[in-house]
Design a protein around this ligand. Sequence first.
Ligand SMILES: [Zn+2]
Length: 240
Amino acid sequence: MGKDGFRCVECNEKAPELHRDYSNGILKITICESCQKPVDKYIEYDPVIILIDAILCKTQAFRHILFNTSLNIQWKLCVFCLLCEAYLRWSLLHGTEQSSDPADIIRYTKEWEFYGMFGLAALELSAFCVAVLLFLMVVVGGLQGATLDLRLLLRALLLSCYGKVLLIPAVIWEHDHSPLCLGLIKMFVLTSNSQAIRVILNSSRRLSLLAVCVGLLSETCVAQASEKLLWSAQDILTFD
Ligand SMILES: [Zn+2]
């Protein structure tokens, strides 16, 4: 991190450092010049406490993770979440189709269906991110004239999708998940997304919620369109 690369987790003011290392082995937490509180109290905290505060969507915890750490696992996390989502969709697809024909079971094991689901999940996530970023570029960059760090925003969006990891229990206990449970996971991920946008832009809650809604709309449209495309492709294949 360069000079002023850090932020005070309490007031969002820029700070040159989080702590000062004195040569005799004494570390002292930097106090924010603006609010007179520690710049980042979380550097002393256990990662579990930070995670709990992030789950509770606390602004301070989000500022700590997004500004004051160099956590760079967003792409790995993204692929991992997409794999979980793909497997869940793939198993749901087969759970609804009841067939006693053994040939069908062989057909179901075809890997390309799983990769297809992975591709679809990736496409929907891309549609979400692109729509959110475009919306923010127009509203914040265009209308308000502020500069947007798209790389930082994308990292925040991908990292705040960590709630999708909750799909793992749904994957493990394949038949125990309900639409309500999946809906709650979706709500949690969207709330985290909204909080991440709010923290990065230091904007109002309304703007970040609006951006997430635009993203969700785009994601739903892409999902509907690809579903229709798949159905028509399936129709053509079965007619042959
Ligand atoms: Zn401060």
